[in-house]
Design a protein around this ligand. Structure first.
Ligand code: NDP
Length: 239
């Protein structure tokens, strides 16, 4: 049986690598994006992975988006909640929009998406949800009260939903990547980037493929005893 996987933010960066890894592992894959249609179309042309455009911060958009994906690809067995953004700033300069955009996109989306697939997973007796958190949700980071709060929230969500799904063969895990070489890092000033790299014991940024490898491992049928866990992939930066 070919299982269906949906990856949010699956057209660029870590999500793109996840989409490709799952496609290579034999899954039927769909990828959600928000606004970068050029990147999404290029991705679709190169990979033949169907892409879907909606805002994962919007509960109703997730409802209709999930229905569309399921009509086209079949019931979603595997959900990778990967979409995320940053809107950094010290709290004393942060406005409410910066706070809520990050909370709604990075944490709200995990509820919005999981809510629309969880009933089907429970009914079918199989589900795999992988939530992409961050090293900064574990250790905090200057200028990221919003991002760190959302990413830490994902860890509590993951453990609670793991408990709820345990008897239904629905596993829920989180991955907390360290700094990876994606577009998200492009806005980091060169001096800061060098300081970050100097603080990583392996001496380099991670790659999207290194995170994707863990996602593919966790969503396998054989990974049913792994649930409620957080996997650090950070080059030894935080232990
Ligand atoms: P990128 O900025 O490279 O890609 C983000 C992806 O998410 C894009 O496909 C984007 O769509 C999509 N997206 C963003 N907002 C929405 C939305 N509201 N609705 C639907 N799709 C959306 O990010 P990364 O690959 O770097 O990061 C992926 C995840 O990994 C994020 O959750 C991030 O927080 C986390 N992470 C990243 C780290 C890093 O160093 N890169 C470190 C730790 C965690 P579009 O192309 O349309 O913009």
């Amino acid at each position: 049986m070919t299982r269906t996987a949906l990856v949010t933010g699956g057209t660029r960066g870590i999500g793109k690598a996840v989409s490709l890894a799952l496609q290579a592992a034999g899954y039927r894959v769909g990828a959600v994006y928000r606004s970068n249609t050029d990147a999404a179309q290029t991705f679709q042309k190169m990979t033949s992975v169907p892409v879907f455009q909606w805002d994962v911060a919007d509960f109703e958009a997730c409802r209709s988006g999930v229905a569309q994906v399921e009509q086209q690809l079949g019931p979603i067995d595997i959900l990778v909640n990967n979409a995320g953004i940053t809107r950094d700033g010290f709290l004393h300069k942060m406005d409410a929009d910066q706070w809520w955009r990050v909370m709604n996109t990075n944490l709200g989306s995990v509820f919005n998406m999981s809510r629309h697939v969880i009933e089907g997973m429970r009914e079918r007796g199989f589900g795999r949800i992988v939530n992409i958190s961050s090293i900064n949700g574990e250790k905090g980071q200057l200028g990221q009260t919003n991002y760190a709060a959302a990413k830490a929230g994902i860890l509590g969500f993951t453990k609670s939903l793991a408990l709820e799904g345990a008897r239904k063969n629905v596993t829920v895990n989180a991955i907390a990547p360290g700094y990876c070489d994606t577009d998200m890092m492009a806005s980091v000033p060169e001096q800061t980037l060098q300081a970050i790299i100097a603080s990583i014991p392996v001496g380099r940024l991670g790659t999207a493929e290194e995170v994707a490898r863990m996602v593919a491992f966790l969503v396998a049928d054989e990974a049913g005893f792994i649930t409620g866990a957080t996997f650090d992939i950070n080059g030894g930066q935080h232990m």
